[in-house]
Design a protein around this ligand. Structure first.
Ligand code: PLP
Ligand code: ZN
Length: 405
């Protein structure tokens, strides 16, 4: 039994195959690369019961992950987050079986820890000494902190408007942190020049193949937590779309190795975006297979402010293949939902997660989500990372004052 059943990389656009034992970035055609495993051998040699007794983190699925040697695993204990029933919120929106996969309690405060754990581990295994990436905040924070644990130097470029706490996470990790007066796409251009000029490893979203592998573990966990079954619908707040691509990939791999029913229909995947940055939704509505740059994008849900995603065609294909859809919600709507989730369930979700709940409410109201369907909503981070999205108007007492009711 191998620690990993990694076999090679391939390009989903032109089909070219790549050697996975050396560092790779994009395909020569410009597309992201996807990771392949020897699933036939894995299916014979590893049974799903084998993972059940392992530590509750994402490395319990190491056979389906790319890291070759356990010695190279860089972990802060990420993964196996709760899949919580939300009965009160579900009743409020007419979804009887509403579950939240809560990534708010993961190291670094967002699910970017999953991509960073696997991406940094694999980078370390392949000899990377210094990496660079643009970020809207959470990815930079996660990669900076995991890189620190791996003794890899990092250069992180983020918009000046990115959530302040993510800036501090990068700074405290000792990363070479730079702010840009612009968007993540502008940060990307600066990183591109640094990569070219200084020979840094480019850890930009989907420019290295292993971040998807970390994020796909959300899909494996959802299946395992449902007793190796699948929900009817999974809603995901979509920026670069890495998590959605990853969950789709995970479920197909689990079917291929027989850990979940191969003939059962996959969950309908829903890409949720903010109205102020909805390139995938626009492409979906127009029936296109790729998105266009979404100009002047703006939303309080900073993690999904991505005007053009490199993996847009993979997201749109996953939506099509699973009979899913793409929907946009307004900032006011998602902020209202953030409050509703906290009041009914005690969960302080991030704005991106709140967008997903607002979308679930709308899709149930329109009938797209049917009565009785089991729905999983991804909360991708902790509400406490965005202290300014909530304004509290509270009375201040003098010590001698008493409460009135
Ligand atoms: C990055 C991010 C997203 C979007 O993730 P992608 O995989 O890039 O689509 C959603 N929510 C939060 C909190 C994020 O940080
Ligand atoms: Zn290609």
């Amino acid at each position: 039994m191998a620690y990993s059943y990694l076999s090679h990389l391939h390009c989903p656009k032109c089909g070219t195959e790549y050697d996975a034992s050396v560092l790779q970035q994009l395909c020569v055609c410009g597309s992201p690369l996807l990771v392949d495993y020897d699933l036939e051998r894995l299916a014979v040699e590893v049974k799903r019961g084998d993972v059940s007794g392992r530590r509750p983190d994402l490395w319990r699925y190491h056979e389906l992950l790319p890291v070759q040697s356990e010695a190279n695993v860089v972990s802060l204990g990420e993964g196996m987050t709760p899949l919580l029933p939300l009965p009160a919120l579900g009743a409020d929106m007419g979804i009887e079986s509403l579950l939240m996969k809560d990534e708010g309690i993961i190291p670094t405060g967002s699910f970017k820890a999953r991509g960073a754990a696997v991406g940094v581990s694999r980078a370390k295994e392949l000899g990377v000494r210094e990496l660079a990436m643009p970020t809207n905040g959470n990815a930079g924070a996660a990669w900076a902190l995991y890189a620190a644990r791996a003794s890899i130097r990092s250069t992180i470029v983020m918009p000046v408007d990115a959530p302040k706490i993510t800036r501090n996470e990068c700074a405290v990790s000792g990363a070479n942190l730079v702010l840009v007066d612009g968007l993540i796409s502008d940060a990307g251009k600066i990183v591109g020049r640094a990569v070219r000029d200084f020979g840094l490893f480019d850890a930009s979203t989907l420019k290295e193949p292993y971040r998807i592998e970390g994020k796909k573990t959300m899909g494996i966990e959802i299946a395992e937590q449902l007793g190796w079954d699948m929900p009817d619908v999974i809603l995901y707040p979509t920026g670069g779309g890495v998590g959605l691509i990853g969950i789709h990939k995970a479920l197909k791999e689990l079917q291929a190795i027989g850990w979940i029913e191969p003939d059962r229909k996959l969950p309908r995947l829903v890409a949720v975006q903010a109205e102020g940055c909805a390139p995938i939704v626009k492409a979906w509505q127009e029936g296109r297979s790729e998105s266009e740059f979404f100009a002047n994008s703006e939303t309080v849900a900073f993690g999904i402010n991505v005007p053009k995603a490199l993996g847009d065609f993979l997201v749109l294909a996953a939506l099509r293949e699973t009979d899913g859809c793409a929907v946009a919600v307004g900032d006011a709507e998602l902020l209202r939902e953030q409050e509703t989730v906290a009041r009914l369930e005690g969960a302080f979700v991030c704005p991106e997660g709140a967008a997903v709940f607002a979308a679930a409410r709308a899709l149930r109201a329109s009938g797209w989500i049917a009565a009785g369907e089991r729905v999983v909503a991804l909360n991708t981070g902790a509400g406490i990372k965005y202290p300014d999205t909530v304004s509290a108007d509270v009375p201040v007492l003098k010590p001698e004052d008493s409460l009135t009711r």
